[in-house]
Write a new protein. Sequence first.
Length: 118
Amino acid sequence: MNFLSPRIHGILDYLTVGVFALAPMSLQAEGSQVAMLSCWVVAGMLLLVSLLTRYPLGALRVIPFPTHGSIEFFMAAGLCALPWLGGFDNLPMSRTFFLGAGMSLFSLWLITDYRGAE
């Protein structure tokens, strides 16, 4: 079921960076500084991992693409847990955003061909 190419995965990675970078504008209505800061931290982490990955859209190509996949797997779990770890689980929009992002990242992890860039 791994049919997503490394190139398409890279495009989706950079789009996700943009979504997380812009998300605080939508989440600020709930007033959670932790949720907004978490968005920027996740955007920065994903950007760094993407730039360092050995795949078609990586800049420095240091991290093997399968390792990138492992990082995203744990990142997906972290995103789902973040509302409770960050204390903003009582804010529906922020909680839903992070749960949806975590499930989306996990889905991306499931369908990506992590051996395709080798």
